[in-house]
Each structure stands twice: as C-alpha cells, then as structure tokens.
Design a protein around this ligand. Structure first.
Ligand code: KIV
Length: 272
C-alpha cells in the first residue's frame, strides 16, 4: 500500500508540457513561506515560484540583487515543506550562476539538495547557456527567464518594456530557442510586447509563462504580494489586484489595537 495514498497528483515538468499541447493554461504565482505556499497549493495552483522577488517583498530591498543563495534556500525549503501538488521552482539568485558554469552547477545542486524543490530558474539567454547546459546535464530541470530580467537592472537602468525594437526582439526569439534546445522545460517572458510573446510561444514546444506579456502565452505568473494587494506602491499596467490585503490587514490591526487599549480584549471567554 502506498504511503502517499491521499496525496493529489503531483504537477511535473511533463504535466506542464501536456498542458501546453492540450491548451490548458498554466497558473503560477510566487511564494516564499510555508503558510502562504500551503494556501496556494490547496487552491490548486500549478506552479509555485520561490522568486528572488523575495528580496523586494520580504526583505525590503529595492532590487533582487542582494538576496543570497542561503536566503533563497531558506525560502525554498519553507515552501517545499508545505506543498503536495504544485511544481516548485526556485530562483537562482544574482551571483550564484553568472561567474562560470561550474559555480552555476554547484549552486543549483545546493538548491536541489537543501530545498528538495523540483527545478531552478535562471535569467538570461546566450550569455548563460553554458551554465544551463551543465545544470541540465546533471539532471536538474531548468526554467529560463527572458525579456525584463531584474537581476540585470544595473545594465539596463529601467524596468520598462523590453524587446520593443527589432534587434532585441530577434535576439529574444533566438535566446528562447537556445534555451529550449538546451533542454529547459519552460521559459518566463517578462514585460515584452504581447505580439512578440505570442510569436515565441508559437516558436517553442515548451511552455511560455508570461508576466506583462499578454494573453498569447501558455501560462501566467504574478508576484503574490502584488496580486493580493499587500504591496501598494507597485502598479504596472499588467498587474491585476485580486484583493487589497494591505487595507484588510491594517483594518484588523487597528481593531486589535483599539480592543487592547479599551481592555475589551481578552474578554472573560478568552482567558483561563
Ligand atoms: O522573482 C520573481 O518573482 C520572478 C517573477 C517576476 C517571474 O522572477
């Protein structure tokens, strides 16, 4: 008898491939901790990305650059402990793979060993392809990330839409094919014109996951804290807010403060 009898069918990279071919869209969100990951998994989300956006929304840094490999591993392991069904992808942080392919492989192995995640994600195309090849050769599934790549913010200087001109669009399509040929199981396309994202999606047999890349992709990803309305200052056009948790949490905390000050909490039933 299987000890995993009551567990739901795990989403694998093969399941994502099937979804592309049947046309079922892939739903992906970020998560960084056990409690949120549990909610997302129970709700039936396909993919959880332990994004290096933790650097912004959890640690409060302005960019994704400061987060370390050990910090990503802490978040990754916390998420994996909560999840039964979703595929869990952990972002390789800035500085953990750009140096050389040996360093990249060591970082990817450390992530897989210490988090038990299903896959890693790296930003970039041609310039990191040697690292991608080496990680995949070691049996580690890799997701690519093209378009706006926040780890290169200091090179580009802005978070505006990428690949609007022909030259950059051609390079992006070539990079997507390179990543596919290297064996990536999917590619995130961030903040690029919808028409280009649709073309890349047609070029590839592996799924594309868009963020600010329109509807012609195989799936969508958003940063959890943005779509729940926990963050307030970040309002790009592509972001749909499904809640306003900043106000809801703030309202609950205000009620709690008032109750404590008024000696209304705890009442007779809330004590021993
Ligand atoms: O770190 C992150 O949250 C990401 C998504 C924006 C795709 O890479």
């Amino acid at each position: 008898m299987s000890v995993h009898k009551n567990k739901p069918r795990k989403v694998t990279t093969h399941v994502l491939m099937e979804m592309k071919h049947t046309g079922e869209k892939i739903a992906m969100l970020t998560a960084y901790d056990y409690s949120m990951a549990k909610i997302l998994d129970k709700a039936g989300l396909d993919v959880i990305l332990v994004g290096d956006s933790a650097s912004n929304v959890i640690a409060g840094w302005e960019t994704t650059l400061p987060i370390t490999l050990d910090q990503m591993i802490y978040h990754g392991a916390s998420v994996v402990r909560a999840v039964d069904r979703a595929l869990v992808v952990v972002d390789m942080p800035f500085g953990s793979y750009q140096g050389n392919s040996k360093e990249a492989l060591n970082s990817a192995i450390k992530i897989m060993k210490e988090t038990a995640a299903d896959a890693v994600k790296l930003e970039g195309g041609k310039e990191i392809i040697e690292s991608v090849n080496r990680i995949i050769s070691a049996g580690i599934p890799v997701m690519g990330h093209l378009g706006l790549t926040p780890q290169s913010i200091n090179k580009f200087g802005t978070y505006t839409v990428r690949a609007k001109d022909e030259e950059e669009a051609v390079k992006l399509r070539e990079d997507a094919l390179l990543l596919q040929n290297a064996g990536c199981f999917g590619v995130v396309l961030e903040k690029i014109p919808a028409k280009l994202a649709q073309l890349v999606t047609k070029d590839l047999v592996i799924p594309t996951i868009g963020i600010g890349a329109g509807a012609g992709v195989d799936g969508q990803v958003l940063v959890l804290h943005d779509m729940l309305g926990i963050t307030q200052e970040f309002s790009p056009r592509f972001l749909r807010r499904y809640n306003n948790l900043f106000e809801q949490i703030s309202g609950s905390v205000t009620s709690y403060i008032n109750d404590v000050k008024a000696v209304d909490f705890p009442n007779n039933k809330e004590q021993y």
